[in-house]
Write a protein that binds this ligand. Structure first.
Ligand SMILES: C[S@@+](CC[C@H](N)C(=O)[O-])C[C@H]1O[C@@H](n2cnc3c(N)ncnc32)[C@H](O)[C@@H]1O
Length: 493
């Protein structure tokens, strides 16, 4: 007899999927939430303790009497992977989906989380404790969810999928998922001295107002993301500000008079680019462009502000998508790369900085990602300049390893629409990385630490040689020089 309930662990903090839902603003206190297969119910307890009052759950072992209630959000957290009978697995998924009014969040254990080599059983393994586990590949579970529910399953994080009931909410999530952080201070090069200088985006007068009104901060954040003042229809904070200042025009003028003009133009240009990349990728998606009536309000109003009409926006997005096949445009785009390690034939960049690349290159990466789905642990991209190829590389952890080794690479060939995997994990002498700071931005955790190590290595003339690219050779060179690396510091042996 399979002991399914024994897979439930006691938690003292929220599970990863529930944490994700809150972090992304998908689950808020006023929403109803149902935990299908809640185990000991600790997610529910923690949520209740933190003011989420409309939460419920059911579990066939721990809470069998509870009613299964339809709710805005249903969580099916690490349940599918413990059910050994495929028909029952399917029933659980279908029922959880039916109970979800807005969103179903499904999480499963993935192959990289495989803890034990159990005895084979059905399509999974049995543990010594009599529990069953089916470890999924990211694409395998995505296909399973999509074919069973006959709708899109969006991969949010490795092993976590979101299935939206409304097209509008799905598009709103996709539009916001890779938001650039909004900052009140930007660094700009002085046009004459070429020295970097810090510029406040909003003038002090507006910042004074922030202290007085609780509503202005969220409105400023909106302006920083969208490059326009919100409509009262899409922002309750703006509505409250209008009530406070008694005039919509007055508050609009205060904001626009107090924003740094150059930065405002930049924000607008970035938002236009973001929208075009978004629609270029929708066109490539199997569903094609969304209907205008399915657009979330903020996106619809952005389009109204920045394009002649929806058709104009879609035409420009189509042109952007087609620029991938135009060598001259792609070469031109490569000239404008300002982040990452740019070599004559390719750029190497950490995936979290893709949004900083020129639009055609963002689309190239996005198209490759559409073919591939999420690559767990991917921490470096290689985007070829001429060949239409993007490589998704998984290196050892950047924080833990001073010179991470390459574990594997998946190369996507865009014109052929094929992918190829190169596995380095078992290689005795894998390629390793140097100068990690060159692949990331200054805000990346550990940036200073990476930079200091590079400086130390340069001072010992270790990086100008061309034979440092593999682990064994690098270790030998360090030893020959009487050196070793401890953490991120070069030390004498
Ligand atoms: C690994 S636990 C996950 C518990 C909880 N969701 C969490 O993330 O902590 C798996 C749970 O699935 C429950 N379960 C087993 N069969 C189920 C089914 N057919 N429908 C719903 N839950 C089921 C088990 O009782 C167990 O509590």
């Amino acid at each position: 007899m399979i002991q399914r309930h024994k897979t439930a662990i006691r938690r003292n903090k929220l599970s990863r999927p529930v944490n994700y839902l809150i972090d992304r603003g998908l689950l808020s206190k006023e929403m109803t939430f149902f935990d299908y297969g809640c185990g000991h119910g600790q997610d529910l307890q923690i949520l209740e303790k933190n003011g989420f009052g409309k939460v419920n759950g059911w579990d066939p072992y721990f809470k069998p009497q509870a009613e299964k209630v339809s709710s805005d959000i249903v969580n099916l957290g690490y349940v599918l992977n413990v059910i050994e009978k495929t028909s029952e697995r399917r029933d659980a998924l279908m029922e959880a989906y039916a109970k979800a009014e807005k969103l179903l969040c499904v999480s499963v254990m993935t192959k990289s989380q495989k803890g034990y080599e159990g005895q084979e059983h059905g399509d999974g393994v049995l543990s010594s404790r009599g529990t069953f586990q089916k470890y999924y590949d990211q694409s395998e579970i995505k296909n399973y969810l999509e074919s069973t529910l006959n709708t899109d399953a969006i991969s949010a994080e490795p092993g976590i999928f979101l299935i939206f009931k409304s097209e509008k909410e799905k598009l709103s999530y996709l539009d916001n998922r890779y938001n650039r952080p909004v900052t009140l201070e930007v660094t700009r090069l002085d046009p004459i001295t070429r020295e970097p200088r810090k510029v406040r985006v909003f003038k002090p007068k507006l910042e004074e107002l922030i202290k007085e009104s609780a509503f202005i901060q969220p409105v400023m954040e909106f302006v920083l993301k969208h490059g326009r003042v919100p409509s009262p229809l899409e922002s309750d904070d703006f509505k409250s500000l209008i009530d406070e200042f008694k005039s919509k025009r007055k508050i609009e003028n205060i904001i626009l008079d107090n924003i740094d003009e150059e930065e405002f133009l930049d924000i607008r240009a970035r938002r236009i680019e973001e929208i075009l990349v978004f629609f270029a990728l929708r066109r490539f998606d199997k569903h094609g462009f969304p209907k205008k009536s399915d657009l979330p309000l903020s996106l619809e109003l952005d389009i109204k502000s920045f394009f002649t009409n929806y058709k104009d926006c879609l035409n420009k997005a189509t042109q952007l998508l087609f620029s991938l096949g135009n060598d001259r445009l792609m070469r031109e785009a490569h000239k404008h790369i300002t982040i990452g390690k740019v070599l004559p034939d390719a750029v190497y960049i950490h995936p979290s900085y893709v949004k900083e690349l020129p639009a055609p290159i963002q689309v190239k990466v996005g198209v490759a990602q559409t073919l591939l789905g999420e690559i767990e642990g991917c921490n470096l991209l290689k985007i070829n300049k001429m060949k239409e190829k993007v490589s998704f590389m998984v290196y050892e952890d950047f924080q833990k390893f001073a010179h991470p080794a390459l574990l594997y690479t998946v190369v996507v060939d865009l014109p052929k629409l094929t992918t190829k995997l190169w596995d380095f994990e078992l290689r005795e002498n894998p390629p390793i990385l140097h100068r990690k700071e060159t692949f990331v931005g200054e805000d990346f955790p550990g940036y200073e630490k990476f930079r200091k190590l590079t400086k130390q290595e340069e001072s010992k003339d270790l990086l100008s040689r061309n034979d440092i690219g593999t682990r064994k050779r690098w270790e030998a060179i360090l030893e020959e020089n009487g050196l070793k690396i401890s953490g991120h510091t070069l030390k004498k042996l």
